[in-house]
Write a protein that binds this ligand. Structure first.
Ligand SMILES: Nc1nc2c(ncn2[C@@H]2O[C@H](COP(=O)(O)OP(=O)(O)OP(=O)(O)O)[C@@H](O)[C@H]2O)c(=O)[nH]1
Ligand SMILES: [Mg+2]
Length: 426
């Protein structure tokens, strides 16, 4: 049986309210020691929390959840106290002195929720992403994963493949009896349907990963065209040094931004040119690398000059120092900045339009493994009934790969990593 754990579930520090959560078999008893008789499950009661010696600590709202109907799936008591560091410290101290209770480790509540079947592994990842979400897009995507969208998809694939494998196995088992009807058409249909659907999900994973991690947008151009000034204008702060001297920026400067709900890291780099200055040359090399890696490049170009690097499809080329030339963008006056932002958002929106419910490298890897098993299976199917047993084996391989998505199997290796990304109290 699990021990009973507790932790502050809200952020540390002064706040209006703090939530302390207790989970495990001793939670009700523990809550009663502090608060007196507990309310019925899912009801609240206003209670004075007291030390073992009877002295009042704070007045709090007390909630109770029954095993099987709580976040962790265990008995849970939640205390909503005043959000004072002294109150929280006093309650945590009191709880740690109760027998059989201990402070929770990071992610331990969620781990229990997973182990008790309250959520699948993909939902756990969705929850981690939701807690981390900083922009609207991130929030929407994380909520989709948390609500179980990937698990549902995986379950549908799995059901198709289980049926396909069962059809083949029926033929194998009755091979010595009457000639069975031909199952290969139905198996082929099921496998192809699954392959097509997997391919679509795999294709959308990169974009979904970008929504999680953020897009990188590099500002690129010759020295002195106003790259750093533009970065500062976009960031609305002096993130980068600017000067009239060509070659001012040498390091890569990054600013994280929320562009209309999309997470974007703006990258300012050294101006591209041939130079004798060793340090500047290192900066230029780095600039080329970052421009290469970026999801999108914004080229700042003066009239009659070349961009310095060949722009790719979807890159944005704008005229620098627009205030001096009538059109273009100007970090100095703000001219053209709004248009530039909507152009950037436009390009990135297009790339996220096909996002999938699979949002991580782990998901893509599992789906790709399943796909390769299915390609093998389809090949074997063409070899006729003699190859049905090998074909069924390949289908089992695909099913196992899909099961790892939701953590039905193969979880130990990833569990530690996933739960460690949570803070204490979640
Ligand atoms: N008129 C005008 N001047 C600008 C504009 N943007 C930058 N400048 C000036 O141009 C000079 C260079 O600006 P920076 O932003 O440092 O240029 P940079 O492209 O980052 O230059 P490096 O870091 O050397 O590659 C500074 O004197 C700026 O004040 C603009 O939009 N209009
Ligand atoms: Mg600069």
């Amino acid at each position: 049986m699990n021990d009973t754990i507790f932790a502050l579930a809200t952020a540390r520090g002064r706040a209006g309210v703090a939530v302390i959560r207790i989970s495990g078999p001793r939670a009700p008893e523990s809550g009663e020691r502090l608060a007196g008789p507990l309310p019925a499950p899912r009801q609240t009661a206003l209670r004075v929390l007291r030390r073992a010696d009877g002295e009042a600590i704070d007045q709090a709202l007390v909630l109770r959840f029954a095993a099987g109907a709580s976040f962790t799936g265990e008995e849970v008591v939640e205390l909503q106290t005043h959000g004072s560091t002294a109150v929280v410290a006093a309650i945590l101290r009191e709880l740690s002195e109760q027998p059989g209770l201990r402070m929770a480790e990071p992610g331990e509540f969620t781990r229990r929720a997973f182990e008790n079947g309250q959520m699948d592994l993909a939902q756990v990842e969705g929850l981690a992403d939701l807690i981390e979400a900083e922009t609207e897009r991130q929030r929407e995507q994380a909520l989709r994963v948390l609500s179980g969208a990937l698990g549902e998809r995986a379950e549908a694939w799995r059901a198709d493949l289980l049926r396909a494998a069962a059809l083949l196995e029926a033929v194998i088992d009755f091979a010595d009896e009457e000639v069975p009807e031909d199952v290969s058409d139905e198996v082929a249909t099921l496998v192809t349907r699954c392959e097509t659907s997997l391919a679509a999900e795999i294709a959308g994973t990169r974009a979904a990963e970008r929504v999680r991690d953020g897009f990188e947008v590099a500002i690129v151009g010759a020295p002195n065209v106003g790259k750093s000034t533009l970065l500062n204008a976009l960031a609305r702060r002096e993130a980068a040094l600017t000067s009239e001297i060509a070659g001012t920026t040498r390091d890569v400067i990054e600013v994280r931004m929320d562009l209309e709900g999309l997470p974007v890291t703006l990258v300012d780099t050294a101006g591209l040119r041939e130079t004798e200055d060793l340090v500047e040359r290192l900066g230029v090399e780095r600039a080329r690398e970052r421009a290469e890696q970026a999801d999108l490049r914004v080229f700042l170009v003066l009239p009659g000059e070349a961009p310095g690097l060949p722009p790719r499809d979807g890159d944005i080329v704008v005229q620098a120092k627009g205030d001096l030339h009538g059109e273009g963008v100007s970090g100095r006056t703000g001219q053209g900045i709004d248009t530039l932002v909507s152009d950037i958002v436009g390009v990135l929106e297009q790339r996220v339009s096909g996002t999938s419910v699979a949002t991580r490298e782990r998901h893509r890897a599992a789906m790709q493994r399943a796909s390769s098993f299915l390609a093998e299976a389809r090949g074997k199917l063409d070899d006729g009934p003699d190859a049905y047993d090998i074909c069924a084996e390949e289908l089992r391989g695909a099913i196992r790969a899909l099961e790892s998505l939701t953590g039905r199997i193969d979880v130990e290796s990833v569990l530690g990593e996933i739960f460690a990304s949570f803070c204490i109290g979640k």
